[in-house]
Design a protein around this ligand. Structure first.
Ligand SMILES: [Zn+2]
Length: 76
C-alpha cells in the first residue's frame, strides 16, 4: 500500500499585476470659469486655495490669505 503524497501546487498568495488602479476622470460638468477660493490653514499659516488648482502663498494673517484669494477671483 503506497501512500504517496502528491506535491500540492501552492496558490500564489499575492499577484502584483492583479491590482490595476484605474484613474477615474471627473465629469466635465463644471463651468470653465469657476474660481472659488477658500482659506486653508497650515499650522500657523493660512493659504488661499482655488477650485482651479491655484494656491496662494502661505500667510501668517488669515485676512491676507483671503485677500490673495479675492484678488485671484477678480483676476485669475
Ligand atoms: Zn482659480
Amino acid at each position: 500500500m503506497a501512500d504517496q503524497q502528491a506535491p500540492s501546487a501552492r496558490p500564489t498568495a499575492a499577484d502584483p499585476t492583479a491590482s490595476d488602479p484605474t484613474t477615474v476622470a471627473p465629469a466635465s460638468a463644471e463651468p470653465a470659469t469657476a474660481h472659488r477660493t477658500t482659506t486653508v490653514e497650515k499650522g500657523r499659516f493660512t493659504a488661499a486655495h482655488c477650485t482651479c488648482g491655484w494656491r496662494g502663498p502661505a500667510r501668517r494673517a488669515r485676512s491676507k490669505a483671503r485677500t490673495d484669494g479675492t484678488e485671484h477671483e477678480a483676476s485669475p
